[in-house]
Design a protein around this ligand. Structure first.
Ligand SMILES: Cc1cc2nc3c(=O)[nH]c(=O)nc-3n(C[C@H](O)[C@H](O)[C@H](O)COP(=O)(O)OP(=O)(O)OC[C@H]3O[C@@H](n4cnc5c(N)ncnc54)[C@H](O)[C@@H]3O)c2cc1C
Length: 459
């Protein structure tokens, strides 16, 4: 890095918050995906004013800046594809305000989901969109990817909870779109423009989030199905029964095999395992909802139905679901975690399409899904040392994405486009939409310094 720019960055954040050490640059070249590219330097910002000064400098010298939370992105969203500076927000990690009366919290972007959850527990409140990475992922990263989680079907995703933001634009301007109230119809919805923008439009430095009263009662159950269609029909029946489960997850036959092979879980071989949870404010309410789930399971020939009301009893029922990523990663070191989402009525068609891809290309694709909201995570496994396998898996990925779009779905329900899905953007977004997205990017970041090379936008 040019010594004058290095000095200017150190003047802004202090020498202790600047690094160009090789070990750090290698670390910052990765996220949780298979992509990587090394930056020239990384800085930890501690204040909004520092973020603004860093961006003014980067804008003047046309240096790429990639904002970063915990680096758990699954589609290369945080990889500094064109080098430049990684702007690490993890030190801006204070919860600034909890207002139960106003039903909101104000946080800095580096606050980890789990820390906010702990802070809200004594008040009997919670912030619902909980990604499986909640122990490490930051709320800034959650906002920038519009993160979801297991409770998406009932509670929605990050987008549904962000009331206001403080954002620093590429030229250093500080904006405060949105307001900390439950309703607002004032002007264009600039808050939503930044949610899910993957750090390409601005750097989020403060977040105001809506919170909910924490449910007081929970019930959990699991069931195995010999027939995928039967599992799909059970889900359809649950969704039409007048209740919304707080979680409804599916693990397919190859997930069950992986769990048995990697962890000796000794699960019954089956076409699918469903895990369902109902929650509410009274035991009666929760039991009523669970009775609808159990009814649907029985109608569709589920076997080994197990149910638990107390959290300690529910823990073993969640074991397979919680362990699946580790089990697949243990057996297959190279995985592309897909994130296609289709209308709930098309989930079985999507699962059957994935089975057909497995057979046609002879690849192992275990599928975990938030079936209650149509969001599936096929794990595309391959041997990264074999160029032919790498090419093959890219072909499988392209067919999978095209199928999701044909079924009326989207490329990504919660992980974002990043690098991985950039080549498929035009499958989902027509020329008019792409023109508008490119125009917005040019308007807010004319020098294209913010996380460039992502989302299939013009270079
Ligand atoms: C095991 C595992 C399980 C996962 N489960 C889920 C899940 O259930 N649901 C889900 O949605 N995701 C999941 N993810 C993906 C990932 O955790 C989410 O995308 C998460 O929101 C990323 O947060 P992060 O702090 O790691 O952000 P990073 O990965 O560091 O960044 C993600 C994106 O946000 C941008 N960004 C970060 N901070 C800011 C900021 N302050 N301002 C502007 N842009 C910013 C980055 O530039 C990048 O584009 C999982 C990942 C793993 C590894």
């Amino acid at each position: 890095m040019n010594p004058d720019i290095k000095q200017a960055l150190q003047d802004i954040v202090g020498a202790q918050n600047f690094t160009d050490a090789l070990v750090d640059l290698v670390t910052y070249s990765y996220d949780a995906s298979e992509y990587h590219h090394r930056p020239e330097a990384a800085v930890w910002a501690e204040t909004t004013q520092q973020v603004s000064a860093i961006l003014q400098l980067a804008c003047a010298y046309k240096i790429p800046v990639t904002p970063r939370g915990a680096g758990t992105g699954l589609s290369g969203v945080t990889v500094p594809l064109l080098g430049g500076i990684v702007l690490d927000l993890s030190k801006m990690n204070r919860i600034l305000r909890i207002s139960i009366e106003d039903r909101l919290v104000v946080v800095q972007p580096g606050v980890v989901y789990a820390a906010l959850d702990e802070a809200l527990k004594p008040y009997g409140f919670f912030y619902p969109p909980d990604p499986a990475s909640s122990r490490v992922a930051t709320l800034g990263g959650n906002v920038a990817t519009n993160a979801g989680g297991m409770k998406g079907a009932k509670y929605g995703t990050t987008r549904d909870y962000v009331l206001a933001l403080e954002v620093v634009l590429a030229d250093g301007t500080i904006l405060r779109p949105g307001v900390g109230v439950m309703k607002c119809s004032s002007g264009y919805d600039l808050v939503r423009l930044f949610v899910g923008s993957e750090g390409t439009l601005g750097v989020v430095t403060e977040i105001t989030l809506k919170i909910n009263p924490r449910p007081r009662a929970v019930s959990t159950c699991t069931a195995f199905f010999d027939d995928l269609k039967g599992a799909g029909q059970a889900v359809a029946e649950i969704m039409q029964s007048g209740i919304i489960p707080s979680a409804l997850e599916i693990l397919d036959d190859q997930c069950i095999l992986c769990l048995n092979q990697a962890l000796n879980l000794n699960l019954t071989p089956a076409a699918a395992l469903l895990v369902a949870e109902t929650d509410g404010y009274t035991r009666e309410e929760v039991d009523y909802q669970m009775s609808k789930v159990l009814e649907a399971f029985r109608h569709h020939q589920a076997k080994e139905i197990r149910q638990a009301d107390a959290p300690e009893q529910a823990e073993p029922l969640w074991a397979a679901r919680r362990a699946i990523y580790g089990a697949v990663a243990h057996l297959y070191p190279h995985i592309i975690v897909e994130d296609v989402t289709v209308p709930i009525s098309q989930v079985v068609a999507m699962l059957e399409g994935i089975q057909a891809l497995r057979e046609r290309y002879q690849v192992v694709i275990p599928v975990l899904g938030h079936i209650g909201d149509g969001n599936l995570h096929p794990y595309l496994t391959y041997d990264g040392a074999d160029p032919a396998q790498k090419e093959l898996i890219k072909k499988v990925e392209a067919e999978l994405s095209a199928l999701a779009i044909r079924l009326g779905g989207t490329l990504t329900g919660e992980h974002g486009i990043g690098i991985g899905k950039a080549r498929f953007m035009e499958l989902e977004h027509d020329a008019g939409e792409m023109r508008l997205m490119n125009g917005l990017k040019r308007l807010l970041d004319p020098e294209n310094i913010l996380n460039p090379g992502k989302m299939g936008l013009e270079a």
